[in-house]
Ligand binder design. Structure first.
Ligand code: AMP
Ligand code: MG
Length: 390
């Protein structure tokens, strides 16, 4: 059995390789840039008006003769002299000769004569070429997370494709004779499989949409066979259940038969003590305890960081924060506790129902409160670390 700290270190040191791929920007939401993106153009690429108004050459003059107009999208360069102005609109090309745009609210017009009532500063309302970014400059750096603003920014520069870190191929193997699918009739002794959907959605939330699901009964032969099959296609395999010490827990043996090397088995924690982590070549396997709250807790604490690191995130862990304990928390067995809790305005409360079979408390928690193995008691009013849930 190893400590939580050691387990986290092992996972950190045994991550999987990041995979790069060039994809369309519309498919890159929430992915991380694997290479710098350079701007292929100046933005704006022409001298651009930021107002509806009139473009002119600044002098002492307040009265101008109007010489025509330029709409947005019209590339014509109208030549101007001192004392002349043109009607112009937001986003339109400012003539080369003009240096300033006056907003129309500050003018009066009589036929083709323009009078500027409130003279703007020299250069006002004109966006110079490359004001936002110049051609060849870095638009977004490697490591940037592509949110909708970032993707819009790249679209504005005419960038159609980006090189990003691709999600790893994840497989989920659900074990257990007693499991029935939602919608099926539950006989005595059976339970609904909730880990499938919880893990599927937890993966989706971190950008892994296409996990492959496998199911197997509690048989060594069948488990060994399905592990072999899953390892052919997956970079990371998550196994639910069958990793404890019961007579029908065959996962550990099935992994051994498939030459998956154990990196650690059993962590000094509650919930999730039987967690198993191992490797076969470049592939990684997590065997998660089947109890629903253990399985999800282990996913957040151990699986998520490895997957997010492979997606290129620098901040690959869920955020750790501090709060004040609302009441005393006792830790009797010298294990690290991950307690389903609620943190509101900096005050942390432990929820009722911490058993590893119970998702009821998890369902309404926003934090996993952490009590380290070497801390016997956190007193009311003392600081407590917690993991913020997404
Ligand atoms: P195991 O880790 O296989 O010994 O399972 C521990 C407990 O978790 C047992 O009570 C199982 O019935 C339950 N369990 C295992 N897998 C699932 C699952 N996919 N969904 C819900 N409960 C499960
Ligand atoms: Mg089982």
């Amino acid at each position: 059995m190893i400590s939580v700290t050691k387990a986290l270190k092992e996972i950190d040191q045994n991550g999987i390789a990041k995979k790069k791929s060039k994809i369309a920007i519309a498919d890159a939401l929430n992915l991380v840039l694997a290479e710098n993106v350079f701007s292929p153009i100046n933005m704006p690429s022409f001298k651009q008006s930021s107002m509806d108004g009139y473009a002119f050459i600044q002098s002492e003059e307040h009265v101008f003769v109007l010489k025509g107009e330029v709409q947005a999208g019209n590339g014509t360069n109208i030549s101007l002299r001192k004392g002349e102005a043109i009607r112009i609109f937001t986003g339109a090309r400012v003539p080369d000769d003009a240096d300033t745009v006056v907003m129309q609210e500050h003018t009066t017009v009589n036929e083709d004569v323009l009078r500027i009532e409130k003279m703007p500063n020299f250069g006002a309302n004109v966006r110079p070429v490359g004001e936002q970014i110049k051609k060849g400059q870095i638009a977004l750096e490697k490591g940037a997370v592509l949110n909708e603003a970032a993707i819009g920014f790249l679209a504005g520069l005419g960038v159609a494709e980006v090189v990003v870190f691709m999600p790893p191929k994840v497989g989920v193997l659900i074990t257990g004779n007693e499991l029935k699918e939602v919608g099926e009739k539950l006989n005595d002794g059976e339970v609904y499989d909730s880990n499938s959907i919880t893990l599927k959605l937890a993966l989706q939330k971190i950008g892994i949409d296409e996990a492959q699901f496998f199911k197997v009964k509690d048989s060594l032969k069948a488990t060994a066979e399905i592990v072999e099959k899953a390892l052919k296609t997956c970079d990371v395999l998550l196994i639910s259940g069958g990793i404890s010490v019961g007579d029908y827990d065959f996962v550990k043996q099935a992994l051994e038969e498939n030459q998956v090397e154990e990196i650690f088995y059993k962590v000094n924690q509650k919930p999730g003590k039987p967690l198993w982590f191992g490797a076969k070549g470049e592939k990684r396997v997590f065997a998660l305890p089947g109890n629903p709250a253990s399985s999800l807790s282990c996913f957040y604490v151990y699986v998520l960081p490895l997957l997010r690191a492979s997606l290129g995130f620098q901040d690959n862990y869920l955020r750790r924060k501090k709060a004040i304990a609302a009441a005393e928390i006792i830790n009797v067995h010298g294990k690290t506790l991950f307690l389903k809790g609620n943190v509101l305005n900096g005050i942390a409360r432990q929820l009722k129902g911490q058993a590893s079979s119970m998702l009821k408390s998890f369902a309404v928690s926003n934090a996993l409160l952490i009590v380290p193995d070497n801390v016997e008691k956190i007193k009311e009013g003392e600081e407590i670390n917690y993991i913020e849930l997404l």
